[in-house]
Design a binder for this molecule. Structure first.
Ligand code: ATP
Length: 383
């Protein structure tokens, strides 16, 4: 456990009768600090008002700005502290103008996924009734599914290892292993079961691949079918990634849980964010056996940084996923309730439509939206 240096003293002070959770905080680059600050304020109030748990925030340096100033993107001390924390909250890292000598962007969030073996990237896609979407769907309230993006191998296993040969040819290698795939599919079946129990889905998993063209994906699909046989209560379906992209747009209601390779998941989760109306609404969690990182799907959005117009909702929803995960891991009903209420508070702000940032058609500021969520949370907590 680490001593905190962030947030109001009273919110962070551990109380003897409460269980304390250390939260590693990376506020990163671009809009990162702008969306992290109000999110910590909300979490601070939730923590202060809880009788059973206390969140202690520990800010940690990393990112493109840190690389520019110190020539290191993810200091060992930050990685070690993140490893020791109970959960990790991350906003966004990377800036297009600051790159490694090979031209790739600074991305400590990818390093964290590999270092902490966060194999399951959970990317929910949902539409509240009344929430704007580029899709013309009569009942948008019916869209509610989760993409699980494998996050430690696939094509991203080649990150930092690709080669360009004599300026004539380039190669990157995709990796699929049985060890990770089995864990990934088991995670997907568990999540589908959990959603079914909570009335959120029919209990269906789609494996999305390109098994008709690549051996690696035929192997991926074979392992999926083996694990499906061990989970007969959950419907198992397979789809090629191109068809899945089409169906996500034409009939997204058919999906419950989608499980896919890293690169396909990277692309499909942005498509999911597009369906939701903005990247600024799409939360995510990267989960492993012992650690988890919660961060919005979007990047550092340097084009709107410093203007107090970034949408904080993806960050706040990621914080709600963190409460849900910690609540389940530690069997703390109070925390599960807080996570659910925070999600409902975001839903009510979205549904009312009166306090939205410009990316989803409003004129409100980052801080204004975060305050509206906190107000809705307080009202919900009293109800
Ligand atoms: P990365 O590759 O690091 O994920 P990216 O290249 O996909 O990043 P983003 O930084 O996510 O790019 O930005 C893509 C677009 O979405 C930009 O126009 C940005 O302004 C917008 N955007 C991203 N996040 C938000 C947000 N929270 N609120 C409003 N607009 C956002």
């Amino acid at each position: 456990m680490h001593k905190t240096t962030a947030g109001p003293e009273a919110q962070n002070r551990p109380q003897s009768n409460k269980k304390t959770f250390a939260i590693a905080v990376f506020d990163g680059d671009g809009i990162g600090p702008e969306i992290m600050r109000p999110t910590l304020d909300i979490l601070g109030e939730i923590s202060a008002s809880s009788s059973s748990f206390c969140l202690q925030f520990q800010p940690l340096p990393a990112g493109a700005g840190h690389y520019r100033d110190h020539a290191v993107a993810l200091p060992h001390s930050s990685l070690d502290a993140a490893r020791d924390a109970d959960a990790i909250l991350l906003s966004a890292m990377g800036l297009p103008d600051i790159r490694y000598p090979d031209g790739t962007e600074i991305a400590p969030q990818i390093e964290l996924r590999f270092a902490l073996e966060l194999f399951a990237g959970v990317r929910p896609v949902f539409l509240m009734p009344g929430q704007g979407s580029p899709l013309r769907i009569a009942d948008t309230g019916g869209v509610d599914f989760v993409i699980i993006r494998e996050s430690t191998e696939g094509l991203f296993a080649s990150h930092g290892k690709g080669e360009v040969i004599r300026d004539e040819e380039a190669r990157e290698t995709l990796v699929i292993t049985r060890r990770v795939s089995e864990k990934l599919f088991d995670f997907a079946f568990r999540l589908a079961r959990q959603r079914k129990e909570n009335g959120k889905g029919p209990g269906r998993v789609h494996c999305v691949d390109k098994a008709n063209v690549f051996q690696a994906f035929a192997f991926f699909r074979k392992i999926f079918q083996e694990r499906a046989a061990l989970n007969p209560d959950i419907e198992a379906q397979c789809a090629y990634v191109d068809a899945a992209a089409l169906w996500m747009v034409q009939r997204p209601q058919m999906f419950d849980v989608i499980v896919t390779e890293n690169m396909f998941g990277d692309i499909l989760s942005d498509l999911g964010a597009g369906i939701m109306g903005s990247l600024g609404l799409a939360p995510s969690a990267d989960i492993g056996a012992d650690h988890a990182v919660f961060q919005p799907c979007h990047g550092s959005a340097p084009d709107i940084a410093g203007r107090n117009i970034a949408n904080p909702l993806a960050m706040i929803l990621s914080a709600s996923m963190m409460l849900d995960w910690l609540g389940r891991e530690h069997e703390m009903e109070d925390m599960l309730t807080a996570g659910r209420r925070l999600h409902e508070a975001v839903n009510s702000v979205l549904s009312s439509g009166s306090c939205l940032t410009p990316d989803i058609g409003g004129t409100a500021s980052t801080n204004g939206v975060a305050e509206a969520v906190l107000e809705a949370y307080r009202n919900g907590a009293q109800a």
